[in-house]
Design a protein around this ligand. Sequence first.
Ligand code: ATP
Ligand code: MG
Length: 380
Amino acid sequence: MNRYLPGATIGVMGGGQLGRMFCVAARRMGYRVEIFTPEEDTPAGQFADLTRIADYTNEAAVRRFAQDVDVVTFEFENIPAQTIEWCAELRDVRPAGSILHTAQNRLREKDALAAAGIPIAPFRAVRSAHELASAIESIGRPAILKTAAFGYDGKGQQTINSRDDFDEIWSASSADELVLEGVIDFEKEISVIVARGPDGDMATFPVCENLHRSHILDLTVVPARVEPAVELAAAELARTIAEKLDLVGLLAVEMFLKPGGELLVNELAPRPHNSGHWTIEGCATSQYEQHVRAVCGLPLGSTEILRPAAMANLLGDVWLKGTPDWSGLLAVPGVHLHLYGKKEPRPRRKMGHLTALGATAAEAIERVNQARRALHPSTS
Ligand code: ATP
Ligand code: MG
Protein backbone atom coordinates (compact mmCIF):
# COMPACT_ATOMS: atom_id res chain seq x y z
CA MET A 1 0.00 0.00 0.00
CA ASN A 2 1.45 3.31 -1.08
CA ARG A 3 1.28 6.20 1.32
CA TYR A 4 1.82 9.82 0.30
CA LEU A 5 2.99 12.11 3.07
CA PRO A 6 2.78 15.92 3.27
CA GLY A 7 5.27 17.38 0.81
CA ALA A 8 4.03 15.04 -1.95
CA THR A 9 2.18 16.37 -4.99
CA ILE A 10 -1.46 15.43 -5.53
CA GLY A 11 -2.74 15.67 -9.10
CA VAL A 12 -6.42 16.54 -9.45
CA MET A 13 -8.37 16.03 -12.68
CA GLY A 14 -11.01 18.77 -12.99
CA GLY A 15 -11.03 22.46 -12.17
CA GLY A 16 -14.35 23.12 -10.39
CA GLN A 17 -15.31 24.23 -6.90
CA LEU A 18 -14.87 20.78 -5.37
CA GLY A 19 -11.26 20.90 -6.54
CA ARG A 20 -10.93 24.42 -5.15
CA MET A 21 -11.95 23.35 -1.65
CA PHE A 22 -9.78 20.24 -2.00
CA CYS A 23 -6.79 22.49 -2.79
CA VAL A 24 -7.40 24.57 0.35
CA ALA A 25 -7.40 21.44 2.54
CA ALA A 26 -4.46 19.72 0.84
CA ARG A 27 -2.19 22.77 0.74
CA ARG A 28 -2.97 23.61 4.36
CA MET A 29 -1.71 20.11 5.19
CA GLY A 30 1.52 20.71 3.31
CA TYR A 31 0.80 19.02 -0.02
CA ARG A 32 1.42 20.47 -3.45
CA VAL A 33 -1.58 20.33 -5.77
CA GLU A 34 -1.57 20.29 -9.56
CA ILE A 35 -4.83 20.67 -11.46
CA PHE A 36 -5.51 19.25 -14.93
CA THR A 37 -8.36 20.96 -16.77
CA PRO A 38 -9.23 22.05 -20.30
CA GLU A 39 -10.33 25.47 -19.04
CA GLU A 40 -8.49 28.67 -18.10
CA ASP A 41 -8.88 30.51 -14.80
CA THR A 42 -10.79 27.79 -12.99
CA PRO A 43 -12.13 27.76 -9.41
CA ALA A 44 -9.59 25.05 -8.52
CA GLY A 45 -6.74 26.55 -10.54
CA GLN A 46 -6.99 29.78 -8.54
CA PHE A 47 -6.02 27.81 -5.40
CA ALA A 48 -3.60 25.26 -6.88
CA ASP A 49 0.21 25.30 -7.02
CA LEU A 50 0.03 24.68 -10.75
CA THR A 51 -2.63 24.22 -13.45
CA ARG A 52 -2.04 22.25 -16.62
CA ILE A 53 -4.48 23.35 -19.28
CA ALA A 54 -5.11 20.73 -21.97
CA ASP A 55 -7.87 18.56 -23.25
CA TYR A 56 -8.58 15.29 -21.44
CA THR A 57 -7.91 13.49 -24.74
CA ASN A 58 -4.42 14.98 -25.13
CA GLU A 59 -2.40 11.87 -24.26
CA ALA A 60 0.99 13.57 -24.09
CA ALA A 61 -0.30 16.29 -21.76
CA VAL A 62 -2.11 13.76 -19.54
CA ARG A 63 1.04 11.63 -19.28
CA ARG A 64 3.20 14.66 -18.47
CA PHE A 65 0.76 15.61 -15.72
CA ALA A 66 0.76 12.10 -14.21
CA GLN A 67 4.57 11.95 -14.41
CA ASP A 68 4.80 15.22 -12.53
CA VAL A 69 2.59 14.26 -9.57
CA ASP A 70 2.79 11.48 -6.96
CA VAL A 71 -0.85 10.37 -6.87
CA VAL A 72 -3.89 11.21 -9.00
CA THR A 73 -7.48 11.90 -7.96
CA PHE A 74 -10.41 13.75 -9.55
CA GLU A 75 -13.10 16.23 -8.61
CA PHE A 76 -15.21 15.88 -11.75
CA GLU A 77 -16.98 12.75 -12.93
CA ASN A 78 -17.01 13.05 -16.68
CA ILE A 79 -13.38 12.31 -17.34
CA PRO A 80 -12.89 9.83 -20.17
CA ALA A 81 -11.96 6.32 -18.99
CA GLN A 82 -8.98 6.38 -21.37
CA THR A 83 -7.57 9.49 -19.64
CA ILE A 84 -7.68 7.74 -16.27
CA GLU A 85 -6.01 4.68 -17.81
CA TRP A 86 -3.09 6.78 -19.02
CA CYS A 87 -2.69 8.14 -15.50
CA ALA A 88 -3.05 4.68 -13.94
CA GLU A 89 -0.15 3.34 -16.06
CA LEU A 90 2.11 5.81 -14.27
CA ARG A 91 0.59 6.53 -10.87
CA ASP A 92 -1.94 5.36 -8.30
CA VAL A 93 -5.36 6.76 -9.22
CA ARG A 94 -7.66 6.98 -6.21
CA PRO A 95 -10.58 6.28 -6.40
CA ALA A 96 -9.84 3.73 -9.16
CA GLY A 97 -10.88 4.42 -12.76
CA SER A 98 -13.26 1.44 -12.63
CA ILE A 99 -15.34 3.21 -9.96
CA LEU A 100 -15.44 6.40 -11.99
CA HIS A 101 -16.49 4.36 -15.02
CA THR A 102 -19.40 2.84 -13.06
CA ALA A 103 -20.56 6.17 -11.61
CA GLN A 104 -20.36 7.98 -14.97
CA ASN A 105 -23.27 6.07 -16.37
CA ARG A 106 -26.59 5.65 -14.58
CA LEU A 107 -27.24 2.25 -16.14
CA ARG A 108 -23.88 0.83 -15.12
CA GLU A 109 -24.33 2.36 -11.68
CA LYS A 110 -27.82 0.92 -11.21
CA ASP A 111 -26.72 -2.49 -12.48
CA ALA A 112 -23.81 -2.49 -10.01
CA LEU A 113 -26.08 -1.46 -7.13
CA ALA A 114 -28.74 -4.03 -8.03
CA ALA A 115 -26.08 -6.75 -8.32
CA ALA A 116 -24.84 -5.83 -4.85
CA GLY A 117 -28.36 -6.20 -3.46
CA ILE A 118 -28.71 -2.48 -2.72
CA PRO A 119 -32.32 -1.21 -2.82
CA ILE A 120 -32.93 1.24 -5.71
CA ALA A 121 -35.90 2.73 -7.58
CA PRO A 122 -37.45 0.53 -10.33
CA PHE A 123 -35.73 1.30 -13.64
CA ARG A 124 -35.42 0.21 -17.26
CA ALA A 125 -32.81 0.95 -19.90
CA VAL A 126 -34.20 2.90 -22.88
CA ARG A 127 -32.45 2.91 -26.26
CA SER A 128 -35.39 3.37 -28.66
CA ALA A 129 -38.97 4.68 -28.81
CA HIS A 130 -40.10 1.06 -28.66
CA GLU A 131 -38.09 0.41 -25.47
CA LEU A 132 -39.50 3.61 -24.00
CA ALA A 133 -43.05 2.37 -24.55
CA SER A 134 -42.36 -0.99 -22.94
CA ALA A 135 -40.43 0.63 -20.07
CA ILE A 136 -43.41 2.87 -19.31
CA GLU A 137 -45.65 -0.15 -19.54
CA SER A 138 -43.70 -1.95 -16.82
CA ILE A 139 -42.86 1.03 -14.59
CA GLY A 140 -46.08 3.02 -14.87
CA ARG A 141 -46.59 6.77 -14.72
CA PRO A 142 -45.50 9.26 -13.64
CA ALA A 143 -41.91 8.26 -14.38
CA ILE A 144 -38.64 10.14 -14.84
CA LEU A 145 -36.58 9.76 -17.97
CA LYS A 146 -32.88 10.56 -17.44
CA THR A 147 -29.93 10.54 -19.78
CA ALA A 148 -27.60 7.70 -18.82
CA ALA A 149 -24.49 9.91 -19.00
CA PHE A 150 -23.46 13.52 -18.46
CA GLY A 151 -26.41 14.54 -16.27
CA TYR A 152 -26.03 16.81 -13.27
CA ASP A 153 -28.26 19.20 -11.32
CA GLY A 154 -31.30 17.63 -12.97
CA LYS A 155 -30.03 18.34 -16.50
CA GLY A 156 -31.17 15.76 -19.00
CA GLN A 157 -34.23 14.80 -16.92
CA GLN A 158 -37.84 14.77 -17.90
CA THR A 159 -40.99 13.71 -16.09
CA ILE A 160 -43.36 11.58 -18.13
CA ASN A 161 -47.03 12.01 -17.36
CA SER A 162 -50.13 10.20 -18.48
CA ARG A 163 -50.75 11.63 -21.95
CA ASP A 164 -47.21 12.14 -23.26
CA ASP A 165 -46.35 10.77 -26.67
CA PHE A 166 -43.44 8.26 -26.73
CA ASP A 167 -42.30 8.95 -30.27
CA GLU A 168 -42.21 12.67 -29.62
CA ILE A 169 -40.26 12.28 -26.38
CA TRP A 170 -37.84 9.86 -27.97
CA SER A 171 -37.14 12.03 -31.03
CA ALA A 172 -36.74 15.16 -28.85
CA SER A 173 -34.06 13.45 -26.77
CA SER A 174 -30.51 13.96 -27.97
CA ALA A 175 -29.04 11.07 -25.96
CA ASP A 176 -28.95 7.55 -27.37
CA GLU A 177 -29.05 5.88 -23.99
CA LEU A 178 -31.58 6.76 -21.30
CA VAL A 179 -32.95 5.36 -18.07
CA LEU A 180 -36.60 5.38 -17.12
CA GLU A 181 -37.15 5.45 -13.37
CA GLY A 182 -40.29 5.19 -11.31
CA VAL A 183 -41.07 8.40 -9.41
CA ILE A 184 -40.42 7.75 -5.75
CA ASP A 185 -42.86 9.21 -3.28
CA PHE A 186 -40.18 10.08 -0.75
CA GLU A 187 -40.46 11.73 2.63
CA LYS A 188 -36.93 13.13 2.54
CA GLU A 189 -33.74 13.01 0.54
CA ILE A 190 -30.60 12.24 2.49
CA SER A 191 -26.96 11.55 1.70
CA VAL A 192 -24.07 9.84 3.39
CA ILE A 193 -20.44 10.51 2.54
CA VAL A 194 -18.11 7.65 3.34
CA ALA A 195 -14.32 7.64 3.23
CA ARG A 196 -12.29 4.48 2.81
CA GLY A 197 -8.52 4.19 3.00
CA PRO A 198 -6.27 1.79 1.07
CA ASP A 199 -6.18 -0.43 4.20
CA GLY A 200 -10.01 -0.77 4.11
CA ASP A 201 -10.57 1.46 7.12
CA MET A 202 -13.82 3.45 6.78
CA ALA A 203 -15.47 6.53 8.29
CA THR A 204 -18.93 7.89 7.51
CA PHE A 205 -19.95 11.50 7.93
CA PRO A 206 -23.20 12.32 9.74
CA VAL A 207 -26.30 11.86 7.56
CA CYS A 208 -27.21 14.99 5.58
CA GLU A 209 -30.80 16.01 4.87
CA ASN A 210 -31.07 17.53 1.39
CA LEU A 211 -33.82 19.79 0.09
CA HIS A 212 -33.95 20.30 -3.67
CA ARG A 213 -35.57 23.04 -5.69
CA SER A 214 -36.12 22.41 -9.42
CA HIS A 215 -33.94 19.28 -9.16
CA ILE A 216 -30.96 21.29 -7.78
CA LEU A 217 -29.73 20.99 -4.23
CA ASP A 218 -30.97 24.07 -2.38
CA LEU A 219 -30.35 23.35 1.29
CA THR A 220 -28.47 20.73 3.31
CA VAL A 221 -29.29 20.36 7.01
CA VAL A 222 -27.21 18.46 9.56
CA PRO A 223 -28.01 16.60 11.70
CA ALA A 224 -30.69 15.19 9.41
CA ARG A 225 -34.10 15.16 11.06
CA VAL A 226 -34.52 11.39 10.85
CA GLU A 227 -34.88 8.50 13.30
CA PRO A 228 -31.64 7.02 14.71
CA ALA A 229 -32.51 3.71 13.01
CA VAL A 230 -32.55 5.51 9.62
CA GLU A 231 -29.15 7.08 10.35
CA LEU A 232 -27.69 3.68 11.13
CA ALA A 233 -29.22 2.04 8.06
CA ALA A 234 -28.05 4.85 5.76
CA ALA A 235 -24.48 4.68 7.05
CA GLU A 236 -24.51 0.90 6.67
CA LEU A 237 -25.66 1.15 3.04
CA ALA A 238 -22.86 3.61 2.26
CA ARG A 239 -20.25 1.36 3.87
CA THR A 240 -21.54 -1.70 2.02
CA ILE A 241 -21.30 0.10 -1.32
CA ALA A 242 -17.82 1.46 -0.56
CA GLU A 243 -16.64 -2.04 0.26
CA LYS A 244 -18.25 -3.65 -2.81
CA LEU A 245 -16.59 -1.06 -5.04
CA ASP A 246 -13.26 -1.47 -3.21
CA LEU A 247 -13.22 2.31 -2.88
CA VAL A 248 -10.14 4.28 -1.93
CA GLY A 249 -11.15 7.88 -1.36
CA LEU A 250 -14.53 9.47 -0.85
CA LEU A 251 -17.97 8.31 -1.99
CA ALA A 252 -21.22 10.23 -1.62
CA VAL A 253 -24.39 8.15 -1.63
CA GLU A 254 -27.68 9.97 -2.33
CA MET A 255 -30.78 8.24 -0.99
CA PHE A 256 -34.55 8.59 -0.86
CA LEU A 257 -36.20 7.97 2.51
CA LYS A 258 -39.71 6.60 2.02
CA PRO A 259 -42.53 7.06 4.52
CA GLY A 260 -42.12 4.11 6.87
CA GLY A 261 -38.35 4.25 6.89
CA GLU A 262 -37.30 2.33 3.76
CA LEU A 263 -34.19 3.68 1.99
CA LEU A 264 -33.53 3.58 -1.75
CA VAL A 265 -30.19 4.61 -3.23
CA ASN A 266 -30.55 7.26 -5.95
CA GLU A 267 -27.01 8.09 -7.06
CA LEU A 268 -23.32 7.66 -6.29
CA ALA A 269 -20.54 10.23 -6.59
CA PRO A 270 -16.98 8.98 -5.98
CA ARG A 271 -15.68 12.39 -4.85
CA PRO A 272 -16.49 15.21 -2.43
CA HIS A 273 -20.15 16.20 -2.70
CA ASN A 274 -22.24 19.35 -2.58
CA SER A 275 -24.08 18.01 0.48
CA GLY A 276 -20.75 17.79 2.35
CA HIS A 277 -19.74 21.46 2.09
CA TRP A 278 -21.00 22.06 5.65
CA THR A 279 -18.22 19.81 7.02
CA ILE A 280 -15.68 22.63 6.47
CA GLU A 281 -17.09 24.52 9.44
CA GLY A 282 -19.43 22.01 11.10
CA CYS A 283 -17.37 18.83 11.41
CA ALA A 284 -14.13 17.83 13.16
CA THR A 285 -12.68 16.88 9.74
CA SER A 286 -13.94 18.35 6.48
CA GLN A 287 -14.84 16.08 3.56
CA TYR A 288 -11.96 17.66 1.66
CA GLU A 289 -9.38 16.88 4.33
CA GLN A 290 -10.86 13.38 4.58
CA HIS A 291 -10.43 12.97 0.82
CA VAL A 292 -6.76 13.96 1.18
CA ARG A 293 -6.30 11.52 4.05
CA ALA A 294 -8.03 8.62 2.26
CA VAL A 295 -6.29 9.16 -1.07
CA CYS A 296 -2.88 9.57 0.58
CA GLY A 297 -3.27 6.54 2.86
CA LEU A 298 -3.22 8.54 6.10
CA PRO A 299 -5.41 7.73 9.13
CA LEU A 300 -8.98 8.96 8.57
CA GLY A 301 -10.08 11.94 10.65
CA SER A 302 -12.90 12.14 13.18
CA THR A 303 -16.32 12.78 11.61
CA GLU A 304 -17.77 14.13 14.83
CA ILE A 305 -20.26 16.93 14.26
CA LEU A 306 -19.15 20.13 16.02
CA ARG A 307 -22.30 22.23 15.57
CA PRO A 308 -25.62 21.80 13.74
CA ALA A 309 -25.27 23.31 10.27
CA ALA A 310 -27.31 24.46 7.29
CA MET A 311 -25.73 24.95 3.85
CA ALA A 312 -27.42 26.85 1.03
CA ASN A 313 -26.16 26.98 -2.55
CA LEU A 314 -25.77 30.38 -4.19
CA LEU A 315 -26.83 30.02 -7.81
CA GLY A 316 -26.21 32.54 -10.58
CA ASP A 317 -29.87 33.57 -10.29
CA VAL A 318 -28.88 35.51 -7.13
CA TRP A 319 -26.71 37.88 -9.20
CA LEU A 320 -29.37 38.30 -11.85
CA LYS A 321 -31.62 39.88 -9.22
CA GLY A 322 -29.01 42.64 -8.68
CA THR A 323 -25.62 43.02 -6.99
CA PRO A 324 -25.67 40.87 -3.84
CA ASP A 325 -25.33 42.72 -0.52
CA TRP A 326 -22.40 40.79 0.96
CA SER A 327 -22.13 42.95 4.08
CA GLY A 328 -25.79 42.38 4.87
CA LEU A 329 -25.20 38.65 4.56
CA LEU A 330 -22.04 38.65 6.64
CA ALA A 331 -23.75 40.58 9.44
CA VAL A 332 -25.87 37.50 10.21
CA PRO A 333 -24.20 35.63 13.11
CA GLY A 334 -22.73 32.19 12.43
CA VAL A 335 -22.74 32.56 8.64
CA HIS A 336 -19.74 31.67 6.44
CA LEU A 337 -19.47 32.76 2.82
CA HIS A 338 -17.79 30.70 0.08
CA LEU A 339 -17.50 32.08 -3.45
CA TYR A 340 -15.96 29.99 -6.20
CA GLY A 341 -14.25 32.66 -8.28
CA LYS A 342 -16.49 32.13 -11.34
CA LYS A 343 -16.66 35.25 -13.46
CA GLU A 344 -20.00 34.81 -15.14
CA PRO A 345 -23.22 34.29 -13.14
CA ARG A 346 -25.70 32.24 -15.16
CA PRO A 347 -29.08 30.90 -14.06
CA ARG A 348 -28.72 27.59 -12.16
CA ARG A 349 -24.91 27.89 -12.14
CA LYS A 350 -23.37 27.14 -8.73
CA MET A 351 -21.44 30.33 -7.87
CA GLY A 352 -20.88 29.74 -4.16
CA HIS A 353 -22.52 28.60 -0.96
CA LEU A 354 -23.27 29.70 2.59
CA THR A 355 -22.92 27.63 5.71
CA ALA A 356 -24.59 28.73 8.92
CA LEU A 357 -23.93 27.07 12.26
CA GLY A 358 -26.39 27.21 15.16
CA ALA A 359 -27.23 25.68 18.52
CA THR A 360 -29.85 23.54 16.77
CA ALA A 361 -30.58 22.57 13.15
CA ALA A 362 -33.61 24.89 13.27
CA GLU A 363 -31.44 27.84 14.29
CA ALA A 364 -28.88 27.06 11.57
CA ILE A 365 -31.68 26.96 8.94
CA GLU A 366 -33.11 30.24 10.24
CA ARG A 367 -29.70 31.89 10.00
CA VAL A 368 -28.92 30.67 6.51
CA ASN A 369 -32.33 31.83 5.29
CA GLN A 370 -31.88 35.19 7.01
CA ALA A 371 -28.52 35.54 5.24
CA ARG A 372 -30.09 34.70 1.87
CA ARG A 373 -32.81 37.29 2.39
CA ALA A 374 -30.14 39.86 3.32
CA LEU A 375 -28.59 39.49 -0.16
CA HIS A 376 -31.44 41.50 -1.67
CA PRO A 377 -32.96 43.48 1.21
CA SER A 378 -35.33 45.52 -0.95
CA THR A 379 -36.98 42.53 -2.65
CA SER A 380 -37.51 40.29 0.38
P1 ATP B 1 -27.03 15.82 -9.09
O1 ATP B 1 -25.82 15.44 -9.86
O2 ATP B 1 -27.13 17.27 -8.82
O3 ATP B 1 -27.25 14.98 -7.87
P2 ATP B 1 -28.53 14.61 -11.21
O4 ATP B 1 -28.85 15.43 -12.38
O5 ATP B 1 -27.45 13.63 -11.33
O6 ATP B 1 -28.30 15.54 -10.00
P3 ATP B 1 -30.49 13.00 -9.74
O7 ATP B 1 -29.76 13.07 -8.45
O8 ATP B 1 -30.79 11.66 -10.28
O9 ATP B 1 -29.85 13.86 -10.89
O10 ATP B 1 -31.87 13.80 -9.59
C1 ATP B 1 -31.91 15.11 -9.10
C2 ATP B 1 -33.11 15.26 -8.18
O11 ATP B 1 -34.33 14.99 -8.89
C3 ATP B 1 -33.12 14.30 -7.02
O12 ATP B 1 -32.31 14.75 -5.97
C4 ATP B 1 -34.62 14.28 -6.68
O13 ATP B 1 -34.98 15.46 -5.99
C5 ATP B 1 -35.26 14.31 -8.05
N1 ATP B 1 -35.44 12.92 -8.51
C6 ATP B 1 -34.57 12.22 -9.27
N2 ATP B 1 -35.00 10.96 -9.51
C7 ATP B 1 -36.16 10.83 -8.85
C8 ATP B 1 -37.09 9.74 -8.67
N3 ATP B 1 -36.92 8.55 -9.24
N4 ATP B 1 -38.20 9.97 -7.93
C9 ATP B 1 -38.40 11.19 -7.35
N5 ATP B 1 -37.57 12.23 -7.48
C10 ATP B 1 -36.46 12.08 -8.20
MG1 MG C 1 -28.31 13.60 -7.55
